[in-house]
Design a binder for this molecule. Structure first.
Ligand code: UFG
Length: 333
């Protein structure tokens, strides 16, 4: 398959590009490097470009035939979306319209869209299935839910076939140790815990110990980045086989608390992780766990790395490599 990977130099997009190449497909990456990394994808498949620029999208999509598009390019920080919602609506919604219109003009009618568990808001029940009410708590979640609704309208009117993949907590790194998570700034639990383990940070803050969970800390469903990418490949193959548009949750169905993640990191790194107890972070639901039965049944998705220790172990290999190879980067963060 020849696939345009928008946002392909970011955390999940770069793993996707590698998977496509490893499986003999032909990805082409468009990324503006606002949060992605130039060295995360091979030079011959990379184009520096921004979704704001419709002319660029038109020229890319007319340069060759594409079987479909995978769209990873978005802003993802929940807290920032509260203080700067415009950035989220322009980047995640308006720029996506540019991409969709360019696709429609060129007759590219298959799209895999990176959505999120944040569209559900405070869970009314767990595990969360795809029918759970959508009540996002912040502009980030709302921007993703808006796009999902836009896609449904584009399908009805223009025949855009799409699969929305609602990620729970993307985590881990490529098993080869060559790719991993490099957000600026980093806000995610596992990389922050591992920075403490590698001596690059003094302690990890635990945001709240008074939640209604067995140990009082928030529970999340961590899903390995490689397993997420495998689901994208299956979803694109499904659309190539004329499957109807769908939305799927992607998670392992196992919840781990913040303390359990820190314990896993202690086991994997054979060290003690210093913690400090902080207040609750605004907008954090107590428990987010996916029901991904639909993706398993309809796509045949079977996570290969469901265990939290494996997810943390792969992230640990990456963390050690990143801080060894890029000391300036490690110091700056
Ligand atoms: N946490 C800490 N200390 C930290 C960082 C995180 O205790 O330093 C806690 C959080 O409060 C939360 C858990 O660890 O309970 C996981 O936090 P992350 O920031 O790693 O991930 P989130 O669950 O907040 O967010 C993820 C994605 C979002 C997506 C959301 C869907 O990163 O993009 O899941 O619910 F919107």
């Amino acid at each position: 398959m020849r696939i345009l990977v928008v946002g392909g130099a970011g955390y999940i997009g770069s793993h996707m590009t590698k998977l496509l190449l490893d499986e003999g497909h032909e990805p082409m990456v468009v990324d503006n490097l606002s949060s992605g990394h130039r060295d995360a994808v091979p030079r011959h498949v990379f184009l520096n470009g921004d979704l704001r620029h419709r002319v660029l999208l038109d020229s890319v999509l007319s340069s060759r035939h594409f079987d479909g598009v995978m769209h990873f390019a978005s802003c993802i920080q929940v807290g920032e979306s509260m203080t700067d919602p415009g950035k989220y609506y322009w980047n995640n919604v308006a720029n996506t319209l540019n991409l969709l219109d360019a696709m429609m003009m060129r007759g590219v009618t298959r799209l895999i869209f990176s959505s999120t568990a944040a569209i559900y808001g405070e869970p009314r029940y767990v595990p969360i299935d795809e029918e759970h009410p959508k009540a996002p708590l912040n502009p980030y979640g709302r921007s993703k839910w808006m796009v999902e609704q836009v896609l449904a309208d584009y399908e009805r009117a223009y025949g855009l076939r799409h699969v929305c993949l609602r990620y729970f907590n993307a985590a881990g790194a490529h098993p080869s140790g060559t790719l991993g998570e490099r957000h600026r700034p980093e806000t995610h639990l596992i990389p922050l815990v591992l920075r403490v383990a590698s001596g690059n940070a003094p302690a990890v803050k635990i945001f709240g110990t008074d939640y209604d969970t067995p140990d009082g800390t928030c529970i999340r469903d961590y899903v390995h980045v490689t397993d997420l990418c495998r689901a994208h490949l299956l979803a694109m193959e499904y659309l190539m086989g004329d499957g109807a548009s769908r939305a799927y949750n992607l998670g392992n169905g196992n919840g781990f608390s913040v303390k359990q993640v820190i314990d896993a990191a202690s086991r994997v790194t054979a060290g003690t992780i210093a913690v400090s107890i902080a207040g609750r972070r605004e907008g954090d639901p107590a428990r987010l766990v996916a029901d991904s039965a639909l993706a398993r049944r309809e796509l045949g998705w079977q996570p290969q790395y469901p265990g939290i220790d494996t997810i943390v172990a792969h992230a640990w290999v990456w963390e050690q490599r990143a801080s060894r190879l890029q000391p300036a980067y490690a110091a700056a963060r």
